[in-house]
Ligand binder design. Structure first.
Ligand code: PA5
Length: 446
C-alpha cells in the first residue's frame, strides 16, 4: 500500500486481541458494502468510480479546463458541502501555501456559495474587480439555496461584463443528469454541462466532475489523481485485519469509540492539508453522525494549534483520539542558517532544516498525547502529488463507509441536513412555506 497506516501507539488503549475480534464484523460490513445488502446501497458508485467513469466526459473536463485557463484569470467555483470541499481540499493539497496570492500560469480557483455571508460575497466581488473570469456552478440537487443565490449574483456579473452569449460560454454547470432547477436552466441557456452520477452522494463526489473540473482548471493532473484512486481500489479488496489498512482504521475507530473515545481529531503538520481535514470532517460527520450516535469529527493544524487547543488535547476531557495525516517527504524544505552571535541560542540547529524540526515535533506530540491518555493513529502518505491524493481519498472513503456499517447506520444518507433548510425556507418566506413562516417567526421572537 502507498499509505503506511501506523497504529503502533495504540497499545495502552487497545488490547492485542481486540482488532482480530472485529474481523467477523468487518467482513459483514464489507459484504454489506460490496454486495449492496446494506442501507444506502444506491450510493455506492464511488467504489468503482476510479475505473468506471465516463471517459468522454473526462476529456470534456480537460478541454473545459484548458479553455478556462486560456480565457480566465479566475474560476469562481460555486457549491456547498460535498459540492466544494473536495475540490478546495485538492487544490490546496496540490499547490503551495501561497497559491492564488499572485497571478500565475493557471487561473486562481476561488470558492463561494458555501455560506450566506453578504460580506464574503461583497469582498469577493471587490477582489474580482475587472479580472477575466468563468463560473463553475456545482449542485447535485440543483436547488440548494446557498449556491443558487451566489450563482444568480455572478451570472448577473458575467452578463454585464461579457454580454449574454459570451456569459453562457463562461458558465459550466455540474449537476444531476435529469432533474433540478440548475439542469433546467443549463439546458435552456446552453451552458456546458457535467453530470454528478446518481449513485454518488455529495461527500463522495470529489472524483466526479464536481471535483475534477475545478481541480483540472487549477493546473493539476487529473489522470494521476484517478490513477491514484484506481490503485487504492485495486489494493484494498482484502478485509484481512492483519494487513488491510483502511479496514484496520475503520475497526480501530470503532473499538476506540466504544470505549468512550467519541471525538476524532484529524491532524496535519502541513498547512496545505488544512482543507483536506475539512473534507474528512464532512465525510466522517455526515456519514456517521446519525441515529443519536457516531464519532464527532474535529480537526487541528499542527504545530499551530498545539499553542491553542493543544492544551485541551493534552489535559482536557478524555474522550479524544487523533488521526494524523503525515507527509513523509514534504514538497520543499528550508535550511536553518548559521548566526555567529547565537543570541537566540539556536546554533545547535544550524544546517538542520524546518522539516527536521517538524518531524521531531510530531514525534514529541505523539508521545505526549499518548501519555496524556489520547490514542493516536497515523496515516503516512509519501508526498503531496495527485497520485497520492487520489489514493488517500479512496482510503478514507472506503474506511468511513466500512466504519459506518460497523456502527450500524446508513453511511450514505444525510436526513439531518434537511431540518435547518426547512426552517430557513419558512423564515425567508419561500412560497409553499407560509404557515411555517408564521409559526417560526412567532417562536423565534417569543
Ligand atoms: O454530502 C452531501 O450530500 C451534502 O453535503 C451536499 O453535498 C450539499 O448539501 C450540497 O448539495 P447539492 O450539491 O445538492 O447542492
Amino acid at each position: 500500500s502507498l499509505i503506511k497506516f501506523d497504529s503502533s501507539k495504540l497499545t495502552p488503549f487497545v488490547h492485542k486481541n481486540e482488532l482480530g475480534e472485529m474481523q467477523a464484523l468487518v467482513n459483514a460490513a464489507n459484504t454489506e458494502l460490496r454486495d449492496g445488502t446494506g442501507a444506502g446501497n444506491d450510493f455506492r458508485g464511488w467504489l468503482d468510480l476510479p475505473v468506471d467513469y465516463d471517459k468522454d466526459e473526462f476529456n470534456r473536463i480537460k478541454k473545459a479546463a484548458k479553455k478556462i485557463q486560456g480565457d480566465s484569470d479566475v474560476l469562481i467555483c460555486i457549491g456547498i458541502g460535498g459540492s466544494y470541499l473536495g475540490a478546495q481540499a485538492a487544490i490546496e493539497f496540490l499547490n503551495g501555501a501561497f497559491y492564488g496570492k499572485e497571478k500565475g500560469k493557471y487561473p486562481i480557483v476561488v470558492f463561494c456559495g458555501n455560506s450566506l455571508s453578504g460580506s464574503y460575497l461583497y469582498d469577493l466581488i471587490n477582489w474580482l474587480g475587472d479580472k477575466d473570469f468563468s463560473v463553475n456552478v456545482i449542485s447535485k440537487s440543483g436547488t440548494t439555496t446557498e449556491p443558487s443565490v451566489a450563482f444568480r449574483i455572478f451570472k448577473d456579473k458575467l452578463v454585464k461584463k461579457y454580454g449574454k452569449d459570451e456569459a453562457s460560454k463562461r458558465i459550466y454547470a455540474t449537476t444531476d443528469r435529469k432533474k433540478g432547477a440548475l439542469k433546467t436552466e443549463a439546458d435552456a441557456e446552453g451552458y456546458e454541462e457535467f453530470v454528478v452520477p446518481d449513485d454518488v452522494g455529495g461527500r463522495y463526489s470529489v472524483l466526479t466532475p464536481v471535483g475534477l473540473l475545478p481541480i483540472a482548471a487549477s493546473g493539476a493532473d487529473i489522470d494521476q489523481l484517478m490513477k491514484g484512486a484506481a490503485d487504492a481500489r485495486a489494493d484494498y479488496t482484502d478485509t484481512d485485519l492483519k494487513k488491510s489498512t483502511p479496514y484496520q482504521y475503520a475497526a480501530l475507530r470503532n473499538i476506540l469509540y466504544r470505549k468512550g473515545f467519541t471525538t476524532e481529531i484529524v491532524e496535519n503538520y502541513e498547512p496545505t492539508l488544512r482543507m483536506f481535514s475539512e473534507w474528512c470532517k464532512q465525510l466522517m460527520g455526515e456519514s456517521e453522525g446519525k441515529d443519536q450516535k457516531g464519532i464527532f469529527p474535529a480537526s487541528a493544524n499542527f504545530t499551530t494549534d498545539l499553542h491553542s487547543v493543544g492544551q485541551y488535547i493534552q489535559e482536557g476531557l478524555r474522550n479524544l483520539f487523533e488521526t494524523v495525516i503525515r507527509v513523509e517527504n514534504p514538497t520543499h524544505d528550508v535550511k536553518i542558517p548559521e548566526d555567529a552571535r547565537n543570541l537566540d541560542q539556536l546554533d545547535f540547529l544550524k544546517g538542520k532544516s524546518l522539516n527536521y524540526v517538524n518531524e521531531h515535533a510530531y514525534e514529541g506530540v505523539v508521545l505526549a498525547h499518548t501519555d496524556g491518555g489520547v490514542p493516536v493513529m497515523t496515516v503516512n502518505i509519501p508526498d503531496q502529488t495527485e497520485h497520492t491524493l487520489g489514493y488517500l481519498i479512496y482510503f478514507f472513503e472506503l474506511a468511513i463507509a466500512i466504519s459506518g456499517y460497523l456502527n450500524g447506520i446508513n453511511p450514505f444518507n444525510q436526513p439531518g441536513v434537511e431540518e435547518y433548510k426547512r426552517n430557513m425556507f419558512g423564515l425567508i418566506n419561500k412560497p409553499g412555506y407560509e404557515d411555517l413562516h408564521d409559526d417560526l417567526t412567532k417562536r423565534f421572537n417569543e
